[in-house]
Ligand binder design. Structure first.
Ligand SMILES: O=C(O)CCC(=O)C(=O)O
Length: 263
């Protein structure tokens, strides 16, 4: 299956321009044969947290209409990264996923807000999982800082996800954490990890290095440190093979650690 990863150079606070450029890349990815297309985190606004009252998408309506229309027209699944949305007086960092029929199959608001960049001062946290299917592919999705919480990704894997999508705006100074954590999440959950980071060179500092990692831990692709569209072939059938070879899920001892994980 071909995955189109859009390592978008998100323009800070320039919502219309970001929509226009996202559309160009989505069309290009579909023309190039991508069957699942993935965008990065907060691609409508960038980290313009102080301007959310002007910029955030009201109930996510614009984003949902945009992604649904393109998914249906181009007959591609779209894991729509995430966008800043407004619901009443509150703001969320929300990921929408549409299948190739244009139906909304996943809606998820980032659960772990990143305090180092003041997200908790501007955003509300979500409180729901993000499990969905794209055709016969069982998937889950989390956002950026969420990857520092292995139990959260494990919960998605335990609920059947065989591929985890991770849109992000992960800053350059901690890019080694990004790479190591993503690889660990793929190996420990024996699943594919498809992680798309953004680019920014001006107000912010994000240098891409998106990754596709297979369940044995092998890195199939690492993005450049500039804007890029990559179309990468993956074979999801190897998940079951890896899980049979080292039967981690059967060997778990949840009765021993459940209380520790919950506390
Ligand atoms: O955990 C990190 O170091 C980066 C997280 C982050 O930038 C985010 O969640 O937006």
């Amino acid at each position: 299956m071909k995955i189109g990863c859009i390592q978008l150079n998100v323009r800070f606070g320039k919502v219309d321009e970001n929509f226009e450029r996202a559309e160009q890349f989505i069309r290009k990815a579909a023309q190039g044969g991508a069957e699942i297309i993935v965008l990065p985190e907060m691609w409508n606004t960038g980290y313009a947290l102080e301007k959310l009252s002007e910029l955030a998408d009201e109930n996510g309506e614009r984003t949902k209409a945009f992604l649904s229309k393109l998914a249906q027209e181009l007959a591609v699944h779209i894991v729509g990264g995430s966008v800043a949305i407004r619901v009443g007086e509150e703001f969320f960092n929300t990921m929408y996923t549409f299948n190739k029929e244009g139906e909304l199959v996943g809606e998820y608001s980032k659960v772990h807000l990143f305090r180092l960049m003041d997200e908790h001062l501007y955003l509300q946290a979500g409180d729901k999982m993000n499990r969905f299917a794209l055709g016969d592919i069982e998937a889950g999705g989390v956002i950026c800082y969420d990857i520092r919480f292995p139990e959260w990704l494990r919960s998605h894997a335990l609920q059947g996800a065989k591929v985890l999508f991770v849109p992000a705006q992960w800053p350059t100074p901690r890019i080694d954490h990004w790479k190591t954590l993503l690889q660990a999440r793929a190996i420990e959950n024996q699943c594919f990890v498809i992680a798309v980071n953004r680019i920014s060179r001006k107000v912010e500092n994000f240098n891409g290095q998106s990754m596709i990692i297979q369940p044995w831990g092998e890195v199939l692709w690492t993005g450049a440190d500039d804007e890029e569209l990559a179309i990468i072939d993956v074979d999801f059938s190897i998940v079951d093979e890896v899980r049979t070879r080292i039967p981690v899920y059967d060997d778990r001892r949840p009765n021993l650690y459940e209380e520790v994980v919950k506390s």
